[in-house]
Design a protein around this ligand. Structure first.
Ligand SMILES: [Zn+2]
Length: 56
């Protein structure tokens, strides 16, 4: 289990082993959608709120 801090509210956020860069998760404390931007060191950022439609 990996552990880091929510960049928005500072709460502890736990990540499953095998978490990959770019993975999205939700902070259990503030509900913000977070993106794993780096694994070493583990770093999270607030995910973009708008859902991009990349089209086809
Ligand atoms: Zn949070």
């Amino acid at each position: 289990m990996l552990k880091t801090e929510c960049p928005v509210c500072g709460a502890d956020v736990e990540l499953n082993d095998g978490t990959v860069k770019g993975e999205l998760l939700e902070c259990g404390e503030c509900g913000t959608e977070l993106e794993v931007i780096n694994l070493d060191p583990l770093s999270l950022a607030e995910a973009p709120k708008e859902e991009e439609d990349w089209g086809e």
